[in-house]
Write a protein that binds this ligand. Structure first.
Ligand code: ADP
Length: 499
């Protein structure tokens, strides 16, 4: 039996399969990034555990799929209510496990986790399924969103429960069953979600949690021929491995793979807003896939922007993420610290200049890497091309709109772009020309669940959010019948899915 004690909460580290805890012969240690405290152990899942979890999901699928969206809705809304009930505990556990800010977690992130479940449960009940006539063939078309089957959900460590529910919500609302594989560094809130699922009345096998290492538990899960959908958030190298495994079974995938997003400050921008937003890119110690880490500032406002940003960075309080006064906490893991500091060291060796940070905090030590700003970065440098996923921003100057678009799009990624300008026509021209799944103009991180979300180029495959989630998690079926062969009349139009 694997056990975790996290912020005084005793949580099982075992797998959760068919509503029962399943132990593993091998275990993995989990530690807190706040101060290195051991939190206990989780099961190190292998192919046998993955088989068992997928079999449970297969077994539970027909009955769960047969419940209409209206039948699944109350159970899922109960799960959302329970997450809301436990927001404080979930937030403190998440903070202890991954180092994200407690205050942000309890006020926003955990509430969003509940909303991820509630929103998709509600949407499944009202999702408009198109219906229309093909007059020339005297036929009627009616679209159905059929559940696809057992779904593998592989999640990262930067926002563990938020990203788990962002996938679990639509997958379950669609009528699929789930095997969730949380990241091995941050497994605790997924295990707590499993307990809440039992309390909410989710039937055994509908939601399973497989613990363990990516290359072992995760790899076995995504290669399983019983899996009908794979949704993954993580890095492009891992996505290539998952994509190759999925290809063998022709399993559809949805990938969100991070970014190297530009934050563009035009010469007519509201600089107060632009500077505050740029400094906000250090949130969660920069471990945010959407972060606008390449600051592209037009020459006319470059000096003022740089001066004001440096002053703002100096005000950032780094420290224990449980302290409400803290703005930036630690990185998630010693291996990740090595990755982040390696990027900065190589950037400096290539000629970049550190104007803020560039080191572990001398007073805090541990995993507390300081908010870092790099200038004079040579064109084409690794730090401008690869995702650091840490509190590291680069500052570049750009001449005009043509240069803004060229530099912004000069990346293999395409997740997001942020634009600051007071000129609406200019904003629209830039937004049209930028390669990104989301463009924010004079704002950042507005994430409406009804909106499509995903990345262009190597930032991902597919879109989730709103009805796009159901386009992915469902087998979309068109039922066509010859008109006049049934007594009832069929009016063309849209009607709720499941009606
Ligand atoms: P990172 O390297 O920053 O941890 P990854 O993209 O490797 O990012 O990890 C994201 C998630 O993918 C984690 O849950 C991890 O366990 C999982 N993972 C890693 N390798 C594999 C793999 N080969 N197959 C399936 N899942 C994997």
């Amino acid at each position: 039996m694997a056990l975790l004690t996290c912020a005084s909460h005793a949580v099982s580290g075992d797998h959760f399969i068919a509503n029962r805890r399943v132990a593993s012969a091998r275990a993995l240690a989990v530690t807190s990034p706040i101060d290195g405290t051991p939190l206990g152990e989780i099961a190190a899942g292998d192919a046998a555990a993955a088989d068992q979890a997928v079999e449970a999901a297969q077994h539970a699928f027909p009955a769960w799929a047969a419940l209409s969206p209206a039948g699944r809705g109350p159970i899922l809304r109960r799960l959302a209510d329970l997450i809301e009930r436990d927001v404080e505990a979930l937030a403190l556990v998440e903070t202890t496990n991954n180092g994200s800010l407690f205050e942000a977690s309890r006020l926003r992130v955990m509430k969003r986790a509940a909303y991820n479940i509630r929103y998709f449960a509600d949407l499944a009940e009202t999702l408009a399924a198109p219906a229309w006539d093909t007059e020339a063939a005297n036929a009627h078309n009616r679209v159905r969103y059929d559940p696809a089957g057992p779904t593998a959900l592989i999640t990262p460590w930067n926002a563990p429960l938020m990203l788990a529910t962002w996938k679990v919500g639509p997958a379950l609302a669609a009528g699929n069953t789930v095997v969730l594989k949380p990241a091995e560094w941050t497994p605790v809130t997924a295990s707590m979600l499993a307990d809440l699922a039992v309390e909410a009345g989710l039937p055994p096998g509908v939601l399973n949690v497989l613990q363990g290492l990516g290359p072992e538990a995760g790899a076995a899960l995504v290669a399983h021929p019983g899996i009908r959908r794979i949704s993954f958030t993580g890095s492009p190298p891992t996505a290539r491995l998952i994509g190759a495994a999925a290809a063998a079974n022709l399993t559809p995938v949805s990938f969100e793979l991070g970014g190297k997003s530009p934050l563009i400050v035009c010469d007519d921008a509201d600089l107060d807003l632009a500077v505050a937003t740029a400094a906000g890119q250090y949130d969660n110690a920069g471990q945010v896939c959407l972060a606008g880490t390449r600051l592209l500032v037009q020459a006319a406002v470059y000096d003022e922007f740089a001066t004001r940003l440096r002053a703002k960075i100096a005000e950032i309080r780094q420290g224990d993420p449980r302290d409400p006064a803290t703005h930036v906490g630690p990185l998630v893991h010693p291996k990740h610290l090595a990755r982040v500091s390696g990027y900065v060291e190589r950037a400096v060796a290539a000629g970049a200049r550190v104007v803020c940070g560039g080191r572990v905090s001398p007073t805090l030590g541990g995993l507390y890497y300081e908010p870092t700003l790099l200038v004079d970065v040579p064109e084409g440098a690794e730090i401008l091309r690869e995702e650091v996923f840490g509190p590291v921003l680069t500052l570049q100057t750009v001449a005009d709109d043509a240069a803004i678009v060229a530099v912004a799009n000069d990346t293999d990624y395409g997740l997001a772009a942020v634009v600051f300008t007071r000129d609406q026509a200019r904003a629209e021209r830039l937004a049209d020309a930028l390669v990104a799944g989301t463009v924010w103009v004079n704002c950042f991180f507005v994430r409406d669940l009804a909106a499509p979300f995903g990345g262009s180029r190597q930032s991902g495959i597919g879109r989730e959010g709103g009805h796009w989630s159901f386009d992915f998690y469902c087998d979309v079926k068109n039922v066509v019948h010859r008109k006049g062969t049934f007594a009832e009349a069929h009016a063309a139009g849209r009607r709720p899915h499941g009606a």
